[in-house]
Design a protein around this ligand. Structure first.
Ligand code: C2R
Length: 165
């Protein structure tokens, strides 16, 4: 690991969340945003969470993307322990299709914000895009890459037939 930390930390409650959270990593990679990923669980590894979240800002991270499923306390607990912006991604759970994850993340008490995204892949992609948009406020090159990414997305839709199948 290099001494200069990545801008974005992607954390997740379990290895099983990677199928979802890899979309955040892929999107950040496509935009040239440096990121690190790690498994941290408020439930299963509370001390690792404490150590990570307490040290995240000093380590050089600027934004944290936290994905978890079920009783998804990871994003909120992370937000409680760091002044960095935290974006929460509700991972789709088997039992309740991610409704549990969403509700566990979204309804934070006033004072400890978590920017909550959609359930699943869309949320993971959008968390990465939001992180990039925040970082782009102070980085003109990244702002240009983000503009290009959005233009490419528009072109992809525009090139497809406008009539429904
Ligand atoms: N919600 C949390 C937390 C947490 O919030 O600290 N730690 C693990 N988990 C979630 O448990 C689910 C099942 O995990 P396993 O697949 O490992 O049993 C995962 O979606 C994970 O995010």
């Amino acid at each position: 690991m290099s001494s200069k930390r990545a801008d974005v930390a992607i954390i997740m409650g379990s290895q099983s969340d990677w199928a979802t959270m890899s979309h955040a990593a892929d999107t950040l990679a496509a935009l040239g945003v440096s990121h690190e990923k790690r498994i941290v669980s408020a439930h299963r590894t509370p001390e690792r969470l404490y150590e990570f979240a307490r040290g995240a800002k000093a380590a050089g991270f600027k934004i944290i993307i936290a994905g978890a499923g079920g009783a998804a306390h990871l994003p909120g607990m992370t937000a409680a322990l760091t002044p960095l912006p935290v974006f929460g991604v509700p991972v789709e759970s088997k039992a309740l299709s991610g409704q549990d994850s969403l509700l566990s993340i979204v309804q934070m008490p006033a004072g400890i914000p978590v920017g909550t995204l959609a359930i699943g892949k869309a949320g993971a992609v959008n968390a990465a895009l939001l992180a990039a948009a925040v970082l782009a406020l102070g980085d003109d090159d990244l702002a240009a890459r983000l503009d290009a990414w959005r233009a490419a997305q528009t072109a992809k839709v525009a090139d497809a037939p406008a009539d429904a199948p």
